[in-house]
Design a protein. Sequence first.
Length: 221
Amino acid sequence: FSAKALAGKRLLITAGPTFEAIDPVRGITNLSSGKMGFAIARAAQAAGAEVTLVAGPVHLPTPRGVRRIDVQSAQDMLQAVLASVEGADVFVATAAVADWRPARAADQKIKKDGSGEVPHLAFVENPDILATVAQLPRAKSGDLYCVGFAAESENLLANAQAKRLRKQIPLLVGNIGPATFGKDDNALLLVDAQGHQELPHASKAALGEQLVAEIAKRIAR
Ligand code: C5P
């Protein structure tokens, strides 16, 4: 692993879950810990990259030397990403973005009035941050290298290949094995136009370094 494989490069990364408000004290989120994204951010910084990390609500320290922007919702995350993407060479989307959000968040706490009535939530679809970034002219021209993640419960290779094509990105990384959320280790399946390759079971820290090396290799060619 070359220590300065990303020297002079700018990397933008999303990590963690998003939080979609129902009212001022409630919301919908998921169990993403942000650990994989933070590990990649740390490894990229160590490899010489200037790293901006857009993080949903997580309980993790900021890796040394990394610029961090904290956000809550998918819409906030998209805004922060679009505000930071200019000049980036690599975009890595590890965030577990909520697919849907409540159609409108109540201004005041929704009250339980004792009648037994329950609130009925309507949902709208969130923007797809990765797909949006992949359609930017800089990404389409190849100046911005986009990396997506996939957590699938079955048919990982076929689903990862399909997702790579659907999102129109050069590299899609699949989480091998279920329930990687919150864990300190993982195994990854890398799918690109050339084929696929496995990064075997290891700590997320080690996998972050290996993935950064793989990304560096691909943007160098
Ligand atoms: O479509 P799916 O959610 O399975 O795709 C996962 C990939 O897309 C991940 O890289 C994730 O960070 C990204 N994504 C996103 N915005 C969304 C949904 C997914 O950036 N709204």
